[in-house]
Design a protein around this ligand. Structure first.
Ligand SMILES: [Zn+2]
Length: 147
């Protein structure tokens, strides 16, 4: 049971982190939407570089959010904490350090060599569908952690 308690605790963290990231990403995208303000050229240049940084930050956040969505997808399948590659149980210590990890260390190394691995996994997820279920406040009861 100790493992399930740990998984439950980490799942709560993931949900909180997702809410936080979604909020932040929403604000960043809002800012980008407003576009450059009209002013003198120096000001315009400053705005442009600021936007570049904002875009990069948004991309980082979006990527992290993708990892988290993938992990929560595994939770929903009752497969969180089980390696997506070889199906061994991922040690809680690894999940504590990297809550959105869906791979054991061995498979993560393999995935690092092939950067398309994660993108392939992410592309199979239906984010719109996930958004729907999230909008009715995802609760821990939605997750089957008994496996
Ligand atoms: Zn593995």
């Amino acid at each position: 049971m100790a493992r399930n308690d740990a998984l439950l605790r980490i799942t709560k963290l993931l949900l909180a982190k997702r809410t936080q990231l979604r909020k932040r990403l929403g604000m960043q995208l809002d800012q980008l939407d407003k576009g450059p303000t009209v002013g003198d050229s120096a000001e315009a240049a400053f705005t442009a570089s600021g936007e570049e940084i904002a875009t990069q930050l948004a991309q980082l956040d979006a990527r992290e959010l993708g990892h988290i969505e993938l992990a929560l997808h595994r939770v929903k399948q009752g497969m969180y904490g089980v390696c997506n590659g070889c199906e061994v149980k991922i040690p809680v210590a690894r999940l504590d350090a990297l809550p959105y990890s869906v791979l054991c260390i061995k498979c993560a190394r393999e995935a690092e060599k092939d950067s398309r691995w994660l993108d392939d996994r992410l592309s199979t997820l239906d984010f719109n569908k996930m958004g729907e279920s999230a909008s009715r406040e995802l609760s821990l009861a939605d997750f089957d952690l008994s496996k």
